[in-house]
Design a protein around this ligand. Structure first.
Ligand SMILES: [Zn+2]
Length: 328
């Protein structure tokens, strides 16, 4: 395990002295089952479509076991590459980022993840991990440079959401598909694409878009201000030049979404693994009015403020993120 290489960090922080190996995390998770979990074994904030699409993927014969094998091979190599080329945050380097990871992990009730910053100018962050491999979070320098501390906390909370919701194997599978053509992942991806039917690929993308909604909710649960969750997604739209002092208007974004309602271009989203950022923001705004959100964030509920049920919230979110059904 990578963490063994850094075993001497255990005494540097009270949080580091906590037992946070992946095995301990699984044990603790089992002990916490029932607390803030819904009947399907996922956290109560998880978007219903996340579970539904996952069940459909699970139902494809041998799909999960083959995916797990492919991902295990790729994940262990990627972990080593990230450790070779990236910077591991900790109490002594980038302690503020390390602390955000500790905070988000504590809020969601997961083990403290290793977080790396890597030299890459694309606005991206992702999580690597499978059922058997301790997860780690990778943040691209391009994203790190362009977000505020509050927005970065949302990003880290989002990535912790992937861990909390056990997205590991399918999440890695999706990353491999996206990585097709890059040198490191090219061979594995090419083999993978030959194995995947078009139907399975569509399904994996549909699941991935739903899983992103789940994790945006995790980001909102971990953030300090929900506006940061909206603005960081907005930055994915326009790239967020460094030093940019302008701001995004949510009403204007809504109108923009309306403009593409009946166009064919929207169907391109069927092959996308993330919902369009505008849709993500709309789904976040729905969750901000959900009773589950206030269960996690009671301090944000104003006196007398009503909230929608999870079922109604999920239904409203589907209108934004379900590419085909939502446009009827
Ligand atoms: Zn994500």
């Amino acid at each position: 395990m990578l963490r063994d290489d850094y075993g001497n960090q255990e005494n540097l922080s009270p949080l580091r002295s906590m037992e946070h190996s992946f095995r301990a995390y699984v044990k603790r998770r089992r002990a916490e089952e029932g607390r803030r979990m819904s009947g399907n074994g996922l956290p109560d904030y998880a978007f219903a479509a996340d579970y539904e699409y996952r069940k459909k993927l699970d139902a494809i014969p041998h799909f999960y076991s083959v995916a797990k094998k492919i991902c295990a091979t790729y994940a262990s190599r990627t972990l080593q590459e990230v450790n070779l080329a990236g910077l591991l945050v900790g109490p002594d380097q980038y302690p503020e980022v390390y602390q955000m990871g500790c905070d988000c992990a504590r809020i969601l009730g997961i083990g403290i993840p290793n977080i790396y910053i890597v030299n890459d100018q694309t606005l991206n962050a992702y999580t690597i991990g499978t059922d058997d491999i301790e997860p780690l979070i990778v943040i691209h320098s391009g994203l790190y440079e362009r977000v505020t501390p509050g927005e970065l906390r949302c990003v880290i909370g989002h990535e912790c959401g992937h861990i909390h919701n056990q997205h590991g194997v399918y999440n890695m599978l999706k990353q491999l598909m996206v990585a097709a053509g890059t040198s490191a992942a090219g061979l594995v991806s090419a083999q993978l694409m030959r194995l995947m039917t078009k139907g399975a690929e569509f399904l994996l993308n549909a699941w991935s878009r739903a899983a992103e909604v789940t994790c945006d909710r995790a980001g909102m649960i971990c953030c300090e201000r929900v506006e940061d969750a909206y603005s960081v997604n907005a930055k994915l739209l326009y790239g967020a030049a460094i030093g940019d002092r302008s701001s995004v208007n949510l009403e204007a974004l809504k109108k923009q979404l309306e403009m593409q309602k009946e166009t064919l271009v929207r169907l391109e989203e069927l092959m996308m693994d993330h919902p369009a950022s505008v849709r993500r923001i709309m789904a976040e705004m729905e969750f901000a009015e959900c009773e589950i959100f206030y269960r996690w964030r009671p301090e944000l509920r104003e006196a007398g403020q009503t909230a929608r049920s999870r079922e109604e919230t999920d239904e409203r979110c589907r209108r934004y993120v379900d590419v085909v059904r939502g446009r009827k």
